[in-house]
Ligand binder design. Structure first.
Ligand SMILES: *[C@@H]1O[C@H](CO)[C@@H](O)[C@H](O)[C@H]1NC(C)=O
Ligand SMILES: *[C@@H]1O[C@H](CO)[C@@H](O)[C@H](O)[C@H]1NC(C)=O
Ligand SMILES: *[C@@H]1O[C@H](CO)[C@@H](O)[C@H](O)[C@H]1NC(C)=O
Ligand SMILES: *[C@@H]1O[C@H](CO)[C@@H](O)[C@H](O)[C@H]1NC(C)=O
Ligand SMILES: *[C@@H]1O[C@H](CO)[C@@H](O)[C@H](O)[C@H]1NC(C)=O
Length: 455
């Protein structure tokens, strides 16, 4: 549908005044960014009218499966909570103190993909941008570089062939050292990659040939959906990873868009209890119970964590600035950035806010140092809590606010969904995401949220 010029004009005017507002908001919110964390406003990669986004993408939906079965309590080293926690500890900060308790990190999701028709299960990672699978003859190494039997690295099926379309020219390799020390390196080349019923032609990927990896015996690599600017291909020998040898390339989702296969939008719906979910490319996942009349739209901010000195690797997270929180008839409108992360279970809030919301449970929650989390009676009366996005209250389902299966054996108390995020940035994890469909509108540099009715 074509818009009359006048409408387009007023839409543009609205955009630029909103951008001014956003800059003020952002300046306030970013003022106290902890060291080695940078924020930037995402730039739209395509000017489209906003009506275009509200499109369901029924054929291009990919189911998300939890790695290791139902509701995993296992450590997810790629959750924003884990990465920020290790970052904060290294920076000598206080936040996320003991989030090393395995319960608090969250779930890893896998997606089914194909490289040149070979099925592979890949970890979904919204914090990194490269896509790789492990090659059949890969070397499994330990932290000191000593060779180990392949099965110690714990991959699922390996990719059996050379690159479908050969290597990059000039030859490049991937080098990533993740926050917890895991290393993946190998040559980069081109392959067709199929995902959610979409085949991206001649995508640049890595076939990892050397890995220091703690696998789950199920997945064979990783699919990176972070903002397109952070890829990790390098010239030179296999261990080279200096920025001056870096050769940026188009990551999978960017290629999908530039090949005209989908609109520049993807969306994620996480189901309660973190057991399953949906990832849709080019539009809205067909999650049940969406309340379209209350769609919130916020500027997309990119948080970069230039972490952990030896990693030479920058994590990049999709981030928003909420208007505030509503709880117990109180409204807190302090502006701070929140990463939106499906790999993290809990919500991580500024210390005082986490304390106040936890105090609103009846009985009030107490902080247990051993876990770095708050606990209350498993049958506590749960306060009404909402996060306010774009003026709209997103009420969290009380079911998501106490974890009845995360019980401290000493006290018999249950963990709540609001943890102390220390110096930040803060996180809206699954305890929030289960209540809304999240649209990553990379094209217009907006994060959009559509509330889901109680389910
Ligand atoms: C892929 O799309 C076709 C129609 O285009 C549909 O019949 C099929 O069910 C889709 N497959 C998946 C896995 O969504
Ligand atoms: C892995 O690939 C690189 C090219 O990126 C090559 O130089 C190296 O010898 C390979 N290593 C192994 C162990 O196959
Ligand atoms: C993977 O399988 C090996 C045995 O082959 C086992 O020792 C290991 O614990 C498994 N790892 C996971 C994460 O399940
Ligand atoms: C989630 O788990 C709770 C118990 O912790 C259970 O009562 C509820 O039915 C589960 N919901 C879903 C959708 O499985
Ligand atoms: C972390 O937990 C341990 C017990 O496991 C406790 O001794 C320690 O004080 C805690 N540290 C912090 C900073 O919370």
């Amino acid at each position: 549908m074509l818009y009359p010029a006048l409408m387009l004009w007023s839409a543009l005017a609205a955009v630029s005044s909103a951008a001014g507002l956003a800059t003020n908001l952002a300046a306030e919110a970013f003022r106290n960014a902890p060291p080695a964390i940078t924020y930037s406003m995402a730039k739209p990669i395509q000017q489209v009218t906003s009506t275009k986004l509200v499109k369901v993408a029924p054929q291009n939906v990919q189911m998300l499966r939890p790695v290791n079965g139902v509701y995993s309590k296992r450590y997810n080293p790629r959750s924003a909570a884990a990465l920020l926690g290790s970052h904060q500890r290294l920076a000598g900060g206080f936040g996320y103190q003991n989030i090393t308790s395995t319960t608090a990190y969250g779930t890893q999701y896998s997606v089914d993909a194909q490289f040149n028709g070979h099925p592979l299960s890949l970890i979904l990672d919204t914090g990194s941008s490269d896509t790789w699978a492990v090659a059949r003859s890969f070397h499994c190494i330990d932290y000191s570089g000593q060779s180990l039997p392949q099965d110690i690295c714990g991959f699922g099926d390996t990719y059996p062939e050379p690159f479908q379309y050969g290597r990059t020219d000039p030859e490049t390799h991937l080098f990533i050292q993740y926050g917890d020390g895991e290393i993946v390196t190998g040559p980069m080349g081109f392959s067709d990659v199929t995902l959610g019923n979409i085949t991206v032609k001649k995508q640049q990927v890595c076939l990892a040939n050397t890995t220091y990896w703690y696998g789950n015996n199920q997945t064979s690599g990783l699919l990176g959906l972070a903002f397109p600017s952070l890829t990790n291909a390098y010239l030179g020998d296999t261990h080279e990873h200096n920025w001056d040898n870096q050769v940026l390339y188009s990551p999978l989702f960017t290629s999908m868009v530039s090949q005209g296969l989908v609109d520049p939008v993807f969306s994620i719906a996480i189901d309660r209890n973190a057991s399953t979910g949906m990832l849709a490319f080019g539009g809205i996942a067909p999650a049940p119970g969406l309340d379209w009349s209350r769609t919130a739209s916020l500027d997309m901010i990119i948080t970069n964590v230039i972490s952990i000195p030896e990693t030479a690797y920058q994590y990049s997270f999709y981030t928003i600035i909420p208007d505030g929180w509503y709880f117990d008839k109180t409204t807190n409108t302090k502006k701070v950035p929140y990463i939106v992360d499906s790999g993290t279970t809990l919500n991580y809030l500024p210390p005082q806010l986490a304390d106040s919301i936890n105090a609103a449970f009846d009985p009030p929650s107490i902080y247990l140092w051993t876990y770095g989390a708050y606990f209350t009676a498993c049958d506590a009366i749960i306060p009404n809590v909402a996060v306010i996005l774009d003026g709209i209250k997103f009420t969290l389902n009380p079911m998501d606010l106490i974890y009845r299966n995360l019980v401290d054996p000493l006290t018999g108390l249950c963990m709540t969904a609001f943890a102390d995020g220390g110096a930040g940035p803060y996180i809206l994890g699954d305890a929030f995401m289960q209540n809304a469909l999240v649209v990553f509108d990379v094209g217009q540099a907006k994060m959009r949220f559509i509330p889901r009715q109680r389910y």
